[in-house]
Write a protein that binds this ligand. Structure first.
Ligand code: NAD
Length: 353
């Protein structure tokens, strides 16, 4: 069995759906607190799959994590659970420190206690795969080379600082206690099931509702975009053949300004879901920039390509079109997420949380 933390979020749910398409996939236990960002609707396609199980739990809960580990005896933990939205980290950093730092610490600690009890072969096979972000490396100037695994950490937001802290804890658990960890730092993901507070789903859902499309500052901040299923494939590769204790950078080599991304979305929407008058570009509204907004991120994914043979399958052009098509075909999902309907459903399913 594999434990997935945060499997009801954007990347975690894509990972579970992708994982269970493999005929030989080990069963999955999805451990998720179901914050505002956790949406079990994402996993409707595997809800009845005998290889899928869900537990609502907080990674900060020592007893719950210890109990789950000793009961299910996983072969690996893939740790996605986090508070992930930079804007929210500016307004209320506490929850970011609690989940991303204390929660990761608790999970590592519990994983170590469990790992120490395993017999030889199971001990050798166990892996703790920690999912992190390129934002820990800070901001690049236009002339700088992309981030490598050797780039110094220089986080600027409360989100990236909390993820940087979690990365250091993972490293230290390997160096100090020998826990077989693997770490990945990935660039911006996009694709299906992305919560509509993030740029791409926000623009698509606002555009379709005829609402303004907010662009921070001059819109010339550069991000390196990766289609989410390419991230999932990279994580499967790292889990299967990554070297214990190592870090792998993952990125699509798709550097684009936020404004270019918004223009591309508007142009695809103009083609696939034309407005009665004008272009979706008419809805673009420049708003005051986010404090501490990093100017540019770019990832050098050479190590994972060279050493593990991973390659992204989607170009930005194909991935972004698939994403728009997915949102157009899943209006009900967007409506439920935006209306809070699914929170009512959650309360009925799992009680208040
Ligand atoms: P998300 O916000 O969509 O999902 C996070 C999930 O974690 C949610 O299901 C939430 O309910 C759960 N969660 C939050 N706190 C929890 C807690 N205390 N206990 C248990 N579950 C909890 O995030 P995402 O975009 O899917 O990101 C997943 C991971 O990938 C994060 O660690 C993030 O830092 C990392 N990452 C994200 C991106 C990106 O572009 N989205 C890029 C690189 C790395």
């Amino acid at each position: 069995m594999i434990f997935i933390t945060g499997g009801a979020g954007f990347i975690g749910s894509n990972f579970i759906l992708d994982w269970l398409t493999q005929a030989t996939a080990e069963p999955v236990l999805n451990i998720d607190k179901l914050t505002y960002a956790g949406n079990p609707y994402n996993l409707g396609a595997v809800e009845k799959d005998a290889r899928y199980a869900f537990v609502q739990a907080d990674i900060c809960d020592e007893t719950a994590m210890a109990t789950l580990l000793s009961r299910y005896r996983p072969r690996a933990i893939i740790h996605f659970a986090a508070e992930s939205h930079v804007d929210r980290s500016i307004r209320s950093p506490d929850e970011f420190i609690r989940t991303n730092v204390n929660g990761t610490f608790n999970l590592l600690n519990r994983a170590l206690q469990y790992w120490l009890t395993l017999p030889g072969p199971e001990k050798t096979d166990f892996r703790f795969l920690h999912i992190s972000t390129d934002e820990v490396y800070g901001s690049l100037a236009p002339e700088d080379a992309p981030f490598t695994e050797a780039s110094p950490y220089a986080p600027n937001s409360l989100y990236s600082a909390s993820k940087a802290a979690s990365d250091h804890l993972v490293r230290a658990y390997h160096q100090t206690y020998g826990l077989p960890t693997l770490s990945t730092n990935c660039s911006n993901n996009y694709g299906p099931f992305h919560f509509p507070e993030k740029l791409i789903p926000l623009v698509i859902s606002n555009a379709l509702a005829g609402n303004p499309l907010p662009v921070y500052g001059d819109g010339l901040q550069i991000r390196d975009w990766l289609f989410v299923t390419d991230h999932c494939a990279a994580l499967r590769t790292v889990l299967a053949s990554g070297t214990v204790g190592e870090t792998y950078n993952i990125g699509g080599g798709n550097e684009h300004t936020n404004l270019h991304v918004v223009h591309t979305l508007c142009d695809i929407l103009d083609e696939l879901a034309a407005r009665s008058q004008g272009s979706y570009r008419d809805l673009i509204t420049f708003v005051k920039d986010r404090p501490g907004h990093d100017r540019r991120y770019a990832i050098d994914a050479g190590k994972i390509k060279r050493e593990l043979g991973w390659q992204p399958a989607e170009s930005f052009e194909t991935g972004i079109r698939k994403t728009v098509q997915w949102y157009l075909a899943h209006g009900e999902w967007v409506r439920q997420v935006r209306s809070g309907d699914y929170l009512n459903w959650l309360r009925q399913q799992y009680g208040d949380h």
